[in-house]
Ligand binder design. Structure first.
Ligand code: ADP
Ligand code: AMP
Length: 215
């Protein structure tokens, strides 16, 4: 089963993707994570992408479609979770072509609805384990023991360069202008399922579980 988690920055896509990886053995494909890895590796593409990301703008379709294309050929267990991809209509068309070429289907597009005020609180409180990438929040999902990652025991945490109010304003604008048209695009294909992303993490996971079990 292949699914897309669709929603604005901070909607909880990465958090829910990790739950699905643990529960179902699916493979998370986050273009944001791939771009950040490219930056860490010091590649020229990574450095150029980082400048665009820090401004809160979208990286070019060619780059992110290329990143996804590389991953589709690899073994993927119980299916792919596309997290943060596609973000434009051109990317959605490209994904449709790539899946068809690999003999794969798209089984559900889960739209996670969250209002802008909650997104700002989520983004400004987000931090990540530098070792394993587990995602936390100062208020809604702190580590069980202060300063120690629940998942791997790591003690170093990072905050994203683009998780500030200025970049978020731009990221939200990009979402509403370029990504939200995908809601109509997938609705027209009969693939769209909506969940309340404002609910607590476990409740959102339950709603997604129900959607996937019925898809
Ligand atoms: P996205 O991948 O959509 O950008 P994340 O999964 O990284 O979003 O979540 C953004 C922040 O909000 C993180 O700090 C995360 O711990 C927190 N968060 C995620 N889902 C919820 C939720 N349902 N309720 C409260 N906080 C949440
Ligand atoms: P994310 O980790 O999903 O919040 O993405 C962080 C940033 O990476 C975005 O603000 C964009 O600059 C870039 N990015 C991630 N995925 C895409 C995509 N599918 N298309 C264009 N840019 C992307």
């Amino acid at each position: 089963m292949n699914i897309i988690l669709l929603g604005p920055p901070g909607a909880g896509k990465g958090t829910q993707a990790k739950i699905l990886v643990d529960e179902r053995g699916m493979t998370q494909l986050s273009t944001g994570d791939m771009l950040r890895e490219a930056k860490t590796s010091g590649s020229e593409m990574g450095n150029r992408a980082a400048e665009v990301m820090n401004r809160g703008e979208l990286v070019s379709d060619d780059i992110v479609v290329g990143l996804i294309e590389e991953k589709l050929a690899a073994p993927h267990g119980a299916g792919f979770i596309f997290d943060g991809f596609p973000r434009t209509l051109a990317q959605a068309d490209a994904l449709g072509d790539l899946l068809a070429r690999h003999g794969e289907t798209l089984d559900a597009v889960v739209e996670m609805r969250v209002d802008d005020a909650a997104l700002t609180r989520r983004i400004t409180g987000r931090f990540t384990c530098a070792n394993c990438g587990a995602v936390y929040h100062d208020e809604t999902k702190p580590t069980a023991k202060a300063g120690v990652c629940d998942v791997c025991g790591g003690t170093t945490f990072t905050r994203r360069a683009d998780d500030n109010e200025d970049a978020l304003r731009q990221r939200l604008m990009e979402y509403y202008k370029k990504t939200s048209p995908l809601i109509g695009y997938y609705h027209a294909k009969g693939a769209l399922r909506v969940v309340d992303g404002l609910a607590p993490i476990d409740a959102v996971a339950g709603a997604i579980r129900k959607v996937l079990d019925n898809s």
